[in-house]
Design a protein around this ligand. Structure first.
Ligand code: DGY
Length: 348
């Protein structure tokens, strides 16, 4: 699909993206916008090489693509100066390779903070109250009347929520769980989450003033402290060498037998084989997963586990957010494109 065929700058999007604002922004700046409409969900390096072609000024790509040496050198040869991932995470992008070939790299933070936190909160509640299992039970026609033991789950109020990685998304999630469900907070991050701490303190004082049990917070000195103490744990680190398999056989064994684990960050943060084994051995342990180690696949056994809720990487999937991500990606490309053109013009 091609928009503004006579535009001066050729910008390629490897996928159709929501809304039209991003297309208009590019057209207004004299870009020819080419959108790949291939049916295939995940494009290979070869597919993207073909899209880049001989002349390409900028590319908007997706988290499913492998943006390394091969693609950045090709983009640079085609005259490209700008690349934006339509995602906040950029573990699929080799930033060093981009630097080496003079291509600026952008991502799309901010617009997906609350949306992602809302999904983590939804998975937390769904796992605590066994909503998916109960839904399947109803649809299977198995409900034959109210019973005292039917789908008994966990009450979140008064329990402790553990947040690993209290950046933008982790902090937004923590606020939702503390304020919405009156949970106590324990978090682990190398940085102090000062605003989050202030929020929980103020909210605790408000509850106390109203005669309610105040909520508390604690900054853990190690991740293990969170794993040991929390009843519900949500993972929000970036994926890099230090967080690969952060949750493994040993760390799973550290958690409470009836704990809930939620992951809306990146799949490889959890050793999924160890997780399946842990779920099998501990039927009261529950997980809510938005991301998987080898997307789009799940490790054998995971799909059969009743104590797992699995959704297909949809944490940022609200209309407003996805349009915002597309818009930001286009703005990134424009910013880098014009910055570099200005620079080259002033040199001439
Ligand atoms: C991201 O942006 O990194 C999410 O995984 C998809 O929205």
């Amino acid at each position: 699909e091609v928009w503004n065929p006579n535009g001066k700058y050729r910008v390629v999007s490897t996928k159709p993206m929501p809304g039209t604002r991003w297309i208009n922004l590019l057209i207004e700046q004299d870009c020819r916008v080419e959108i790949c409409t291939q049916k295939k969900t995940i494009l290979s390096v070869e597919d993207i090489l073909a899209l880049i072609g001989d002349k390409c000024d900028g590319v908007i790509g997706q988290l499913t693509e492998d943006w390394g040496e091969t693609l950045f050198s090709a983009l640079s040869r085609a005259g490209g100066k700008a690349f934006s991932n339509m995602a906040v995470g950029y573990n699929n992008v080799d930033v060093n390779a981009a630097n080496k070939y003079g291509v600026a790299v952008g991502n799309t933070p901010g617009v997906l903070t609350e949306t992602t936190a809302e999904l983590a909160a939804s998975l937390s509640v769904a796992a605590a109250r066994r909503i998916v299992e109960a839904d399947e039970f109803m649809r299977a026609g198995l409900y034959d009347g109210w019973l005292p033991h039917l789908f008994v789950g966990n009450l979140l109020k008064g329990q402790t929520v553990g947040v690993i990685g209290a950046g933008r998304i982790g902090s937004a999630y923590a606020r939702m769980m503390v304020e919405g469900f009156k949970m106590n907070l324990i978090y682990y991050d190398i940085y102090q989450a000062t605003r989050l701490e202030k929020f929980v303190t103020a909210y605790g004082q408000f509850l106390k003033a109203n005669g309610e049990q105040p909520v508390t917070w604690k900054r853990a000195s190690s991740m293990d402290e969170v794993l040991r103490e929390a009843d519900l744990i949500s993972l929000h680190p970036v994926l890099d060498k230090t967080t690969y398999h952060l949750i493994n056989k040993e760390s799973l064994a550290t958690m409470k037998k009836e704990a809930i684990l939620v992951n809306c960050s990146r799949g490889p943060v959890i050793d999924e084989v160890a997780l399946v084994e842990h779920l099998r051995e501990n039927p009261m342990f529950r997980v809510g997963l938005d991301v998987f180690e080898d997307e789009p696949y799940m490790k054998p056994g995971l799909a059969e586990m009743k104590n797992a809720i699995v959704v297909p990487h949809i944490a940022s999937a609200s209309k407003w957010t996805r349009e915002g991500m597309a818009t930001l990606a286009a703005l990134n490309v424009l910013a880098y494109l014009f910055q570099s053109y200005e620079r080259s013009e002033s040199r001439e």
